[in-house]
Design a protein. Structure first.
Lengths: 191, 263
């Protein structure tokens, strides 16, 4: 059997595997438009980032070691590490919520830009990998500074992109309200 | 291409029977109105079976006319399958104008790439030309369907159960064809009728899947298409989201600046 023929069989098996993965029901419950907007209005977890970063700094517990309270300092660091891990979980949830909002916007948008969508997908993969890396570092007791910065930057960029998209949608909506037949015509075209 | 003899005759008769049952369900549920391409495909598959069997009786299954007509009808059936697959993609996504505009272009691009790859790496033997063309098209169809499902999953697009099952059936059947053609190319004759069996069983499975979906079609409520937001509500939500995002963005800016100053 030649390599090319073998590749065809492998490709077919890979496609069956991907199909099996893709048709599984999604893990999370689908959010409605109102759910997403309600969740967006709540207090965000990333607002706690400065305190988390501060608590993970070694200097913060140095004085306890210096004054002979090593066990207390160790316990404090372990507890703070747990808090940081919990924070990371919330951060991930928030990012997923923003992604969910961006998906809903994409569904509503009369046109989407493929490069933007690809970029968002790429960033999502990076964010998930970064979260796992950071979680691993925290569990191993390594300083997580750089990765935390990357994650908060990514979430910020996602928010900016959402704002740009909603601005575009807002413009279209304004146009539609000025000319009510506009959307009706588009809807008619799509049918 | 199923060659109807001995046990294969039974399998062929059984698949034909299932095709007719499926057609009956499609007619009973009036699915020819909503899924005309799929209906046409099933009709063509039944016609192909009848034509092949007639040719086999008349000329014999090893004759050139039988071979020509069989593969010719297969080309027509593959085209019909393509239309049915495109119909499913359109029904699943066309209601989201923006996403459909992007996804349709990507799906066409992926299909063209897979087709080009398949043609490029296939052996340059004229005797295998038809087989290679068939395999390329089948791989193309399965890649198209898998990409469609991946996009639907990523964007959380609800898919009608009937369409989901039709697409899964098509994909599995096309993948089985790719494997079959590859086995046949490498070990012509060595496996006897294994080639036919795999193919028939794959189609048998797909038919059962489709019949199940068509049977339940009226019992299960259709996935409700998300209503396009009215212009007023749409504008209201956009403004609301904008203001909330603006608030969040300001907070994040503040946060990032304070972090920068400390690190």
């Amino acid at each position: 059997m030649s390599l090319a023929v073998l590749m065809f069989i492998v490709l077919a098996i890979v496609l069956i595997g991907l199909l099996a993965w893709a048709v599984r029901p999604p893990k999370k419950l689908l959010l409605s438009v109102d759910d997403v907007f309600a969740a967006l209005s709540e207090e965000r977890h990333y607002a706690r980032l400065p305190q988390i970063l501060q608590s993970l700094r070694e200097e913060d517990t140095e004085f306890l070691f210096g004054s002979g309270h090593a066990p207390l300092a160790g316990r404090l660091r372990a507890e703070r590490k747990q808090i940081a891990l919990q924070y990371l979980t919330y951060l991930e949830e928030e990012y997923q919520l923003l992604l969910e909002a961006s998906r809903i916007l994409a569904k509503l948008a009369p046109e989407v830009i493929p490069m933007d969508e690809f970029e968002r997908f790429r960033r999502n993969v990076r964010f998930v990998l970064c979260c796992r890396y950071l979680r691993g570092r925290l569990r191993l007791g390594l300083p997580p500074w750089g990765a935390f910065g990357i994650l908060s930057d990514m979430e910020g960029e996602m928010t900016l992109r959402l704002e740009m998209t909603t601005a575009r949608l807002g413009e279209r909506a304004a146009l539609a309200s000025e000319s009510p037949l506009f959307l009706e015509n588009r809807r008619g075209d799509s049918e | 291409m199923a060659e109807p003899r001995h046990f294969l005759n039974v399998a062929w008769a059984l698949t034909t029977l299932l095709e007719v049952v499926l057609l009956a369900y499609l007619l009973r549920r009036k699915l020819y109105r909503t899924h005309p391409a799929f209906f046409l495909y099933v009709l063509m598959v039944i016609l192909q079976s009848l034509v092949q069997q007639s040719c086999s009786w008349y000329w014999g299954s090893d004759s050139l006319p039988y071979w020509t007509i069989s593969w010719g009808s297969q080309a027509v059936v593959i085209c019909a399958r393509w239309f049915a697959v495109v119909e499913i993609a359109r029904r699943a996504m066309a209601m989201y104008m923006g996403i459909w505009g992007m996804v349709s272009r990507i799906l066409i691009g992926v299909s063209a790439l897979v087709l080009a790859y398949s043609i490029a790496v296939s052996e340059r033997q004229w005797t295998l030309g038809v087989l290679n063309a068939d395999r390329s098209l089948e791989l193309c169809i399965s890649a198209f369907i898998v990409c469609l499902f991946l996009f639907a999953r990523y964007y959380r697009m609800p898919m009608n159960e009937l369409e989901r099952r039709i697409a899964v059936g098509f994909c599995l059947y096309s993948c089985a064809w790719v494997i079959n053609d590859s086995i046949y190319e490498s070990w012509r004759g060595s496996f006897g009728h294994l080639w036919d069996y795999i193919n028939i069983f794959a189609f048998f499975g797909s038919l059962l899947l489709w019949i199940g979906a068509a049977r339940k079609y009226s019992e299960l409520p259709n996935v409700t298409a998300p209503n396009p937001l009215p212009a007023e509500r749409y504008g209201e939500l956009s403004r609301e989201l904008n203001s909330r995002l603006h608030l969040l963005n300001n907070r994040l800016d503040h946060l990032l600046h304070s972090e920068d100053s400390r690190l």
